[in-house]
Design a protein around this ligand. Structure first.
Ligand SMILES: *Cc1c(COP(=O)(O)O)cnc(C)c1O
Length: 221
């Protein structure tokens, strides 16, 4: 069995190589360790190995782990799963970054929580009904709404392409997100996961969200 301490250098190496190919500085790419469905101990272990940015998908799940992570100075927790607006107060209390803002209503609810919060806008780039995310045409209105929210700081855009075995299938989606970021003057792009992080970095990702390649397969509940 491979351990996190063995997998982490391999992931860092993948990031460095992809950055090299794209003539980018690897230090401008954040490795977000996705710890959903792993216990708080996994977060603490990753922290001990130097990781500081963590991604969780569910407010309820992270609520359970948060007490065990409270003493990890400098650690930042990103919500990367869909957020229902009735959980926005709790989310604003638990997380430093919400990457999945996809409506003006949700932005306002997060703003009303009354604490400074970094956010990203989740963009839906494929015609899949089930997926959350704002359509590209909704972005100007959404950006306007966020600008009126004094507690929210807009970092950039996030997307999750439809699942495909071939990482190259993600490239057009990543490219599109980069174009949207350029159009709206948003610097940060959260895109790329374990299987397609190289493609994402080549297309300009500033944050790759990596679970399986660091922690192994998630066991389904
Ligand atoms: C689970 C998840 C990831 C990590 O996926 P892996 O394939 O395990 O790296 C990244 N982003 C989001 C939004 C996720 O839900």
């Amino acid at each position: 069995m491979e351990t996190l301490s063995e997998r982490l250098p391999a992931v860092r190496e993948r990031i460095a190589r992809a950055a090299g190919r794209a003539r980018r500085d690897p230090s401008e790419i954040t490795l977000l360790a996705v710890t959903k469905m792993f216990p708080a101990e996994a977060i603490c272990e990753a922290y001990a190995l130097g990781l500081r940015e963590f991604g969780e998908n569910y407010v309820r799940e992270f609520e359970g782990k948060a007490p065990a992570t409270r003493d990890l100075a400098g650690a930042r927790f990103h919500l990367i799963g869909h957020l229902q607006s009735n959980k926005s107060k709790k989310a604003a209390d638990l997380f430093q970054v919400v990457q999945t803002v996809d409506s003006a209503r949700l932005a306002r609810r997060l703003n009303e929580a009354g604490t400074p919060l970094d956010i990203m806008l989740e963009v839906k780039l494929a015609e899949e009904d089930a997926k959350s995310g704002a359509g590209p045409a909704d972005l100007p209105g959404l950006i306007d709404a966020v600008a009126g929210c004094g507690n929210l700081r807009l970092l950039g855009l996030m997307t999750m392409p439809p699942w495909a075995d071939d990482p190259e299938a993600s490239r057009p989606y990543f490219r599109r997100l980069r174009e949207l970021g350029e159009r709206f003057g948003l610097k940060h792009l959260s895109m790329g996961m374990s299987h397609d992080l190289e493609v994402a970095i080549e297309e300009g990702a500033t944050c790759v969200r990596v679970g399986t390649a660091l922690f192994g397969e998630r066991v389904k509940a």
